[in-house]
Design a protein around this ligand. Structure first.
Ligand code: UTP
Length: 461
């Protein structure tokens, strides 16, 4: 039955509603709920609940300064590229795509990675990422594994999808799928654990910051160390423009012995809804857009540029030894609280936020790094987020396809092809270049000769 110890623990942490329930359940259901309760930290949840209205204050302004944006010389870039190519050739790099979460805004029934994004081919996000990895592997002849982080909501379907498609050409031994952890949802008013069924708690994925604990717990961090991988190239499944195999980025990370490196994008507008890089007491940090005061967001430097210019496309390089340090100190990363509508046993269809959910964010490792680099990229080259439904008109499948098309158009123009564009700078025809044909403009120029003009939707593969 229910031990005295558990009864007291539940009561002490404001969860006494579960004591009655545990008594009423049949043996199998009780065993299931007890197992779930065993895995959670009631005292941590209570502390988080008690702090729910306390917003972590930003440090005082003098402690926060803008991220510098020094130009890199062609000689620097060339040295970085050479070192980066060496890292790939030596098999020191693994790719990691975060493909968990719940993808609520997109409203797609399957895991986001299965969304058909190819502007012409309708290939999925997963397939496009894998083909880029295949292209890098082919160039260097190194195993370079792909790690896929799923969530309980996406795990089974993702595994089935990769198996049914023979991993899109990647050998089975180089596809390492692992599932992120979860956190219970709490009733917003009372802090009580919410139930999905009588024997199961409402659990939700613990955020992309859960990557580190999940890597350690799955044993994959050990495997990376054993295989001599030093750098994880981390990206999100919902950005089909992520540059996989950016040799200069990886080379700079290695040459400067960085623990974390990140890509930054000049923001499109002061209030853009992306994380903001800044320095806090000289350390790299991310300030969420919702935390950046409007007045700071609008501030400009003497040259008229935004002071907080650097938005985050969530592309990072993570040093394996550094991740081990973070994983060994489980509480390094803070929990972020979100008020959400969570259907549960007592309320099937909440109309207003009724629950607290908890997530960790990967960028919270930044201030822990003593050595870091940030490399500037551009939205046109590297950021096409697929977050929302097409009806929202921003960061949605149609905007992402247009960005993919426009980049392909640019590469073709560089190769001497005429590509008709409209007055907004968008290619009139949809264009898609398979990563297996060309990884960049140079490769395309060498491979594709003699296309004078694009005069219809075009797939080059
Ligand atoms: P988002 O923050 O956009 O969340 O994730 P989401 O779950 O995809 O979508 P919404 O907010 O419910 O609409 C950014 C990236 O981080 C991954 C997602 O798969 C996406 O690639 N992610 C997010 C995880 O892997 N786990 C999480 O717990 C959250």
């Amino acid at each position: 039955m229910v031990s005295d110890d558990l009864r007291q623990r539940l009561a002490r942490h404001g969860q006494d509603h579960l004591i009655d329930l545990l008594h009423r359940l049949n043996d199998a259901d009780r065993a299931e709920l007890l197992r779930e309760l065993e895995r959670i930290d009631l005292s941590e949840l209570l502390t988080l609940f008690e702090k729910r209205d306390r917003k972590d204050a930003l440090p005082e302004r003098p402690h926060i300064t803008a991220l510098p944006n020094p130009a890199l010389s062609p000689a620097d870039i060339s040295a970085f590229r050479t070192r980066g190519e060496e890292a790939f050739r030596r098999g020191e790099v693994a790719f990691l795509v975060v493909a968990g979460g719940q993808g609520t805004r997109l409203g797609f029934d399957l895991p986001k990675g299965m969304f058909p994004i190819g502007p012409v081919s309708k290939k999925s996000l997963f397939q496009i990422h894998v083909e880029k990895i295949l292209a890098v592997r082919r160039r260097f002849g190194a195993p370079l594994p792909l790690l896929i982080m799923t969530s309980p909501a996406t795990d089974a379907e993702t595994r089935r999808y990769f198996a049914a498609n023979q991993n899109f050409g990647l050998p089975e031994k180089d596809v390492w799928t692992f599932c992120q952890g979860t956190m219970p949802a709490l009733d917003l008013a009372t802090g009580k654990l919410l139930l999905e069924t009588a024997s199961r708690l409402c659990l939700s994925p613990n955020g992309h910051g859960g990557t580190i604990a999940a890597l350690a717990e799955s044993g994959l961090l050990d495997r990376l160390e054993q295989q001599g991988v030093r750098t994880i190239s981390y990206f999100q499944v919902d950005n089909p423009l992520t540059m996989i195999g950016d040799f200069a980025f990886v080379g700079r990370h290695a040459l400067e012995d960085a623990q974390v490196s990140s890509k930054a994008l000049p923001k499109a507008s002061p209030m853009e809804r992306v994380g903001n890089f800044a320095l806090v007491d000289g350390r790299c940090a991310m300030i969420e857009y919702s935390d950046l005061p409007d007045a700071w967001a609008q501030e400009k430097d003497a040259a008229g540029n935004l002071l907080f210019w650097a938005g985050s496309p969530a592309i990072h390089l993570l040093d394996v030894a550094f991740l081990r340090e973070i994983a060994d100190n489980a509480d390094t990363l803070p929990w972020h609280l979100a008020r959400k509508k969570v259907p549960h046993l007592g309320e099937a269809d909440p109309k207003t936020p009724n629950a607290l959910k908890f997530e960790r964010f990967i960028f919270d490792i930044l201030p822990h790094a003593d050595r870091w680099t940030v490399m500037t990229t551009t939205r046109d080259e590297e950021f096409a987020p697929v977050k929302n439904k097409d009806s929202d008109g921003v960061d949605c499948p149609s905007t992402a396809r247009q960005l993919m098309t426009n980049l392909a158009a640019k590469w073709l123009r560089d190769a001497g092809t005429r590509v008709p564009m409209d007055g907004d700078g968008n290619s009139i025809y949809q264009i898609e270049i398979s990563p297996l044909l060309a990884m960049d403009a140079d490769e395309l120029r060498n491979r594709v000769k003699g296309i004078a003009r694009i005069d219809r939707d075009t797939y080059l593969g």
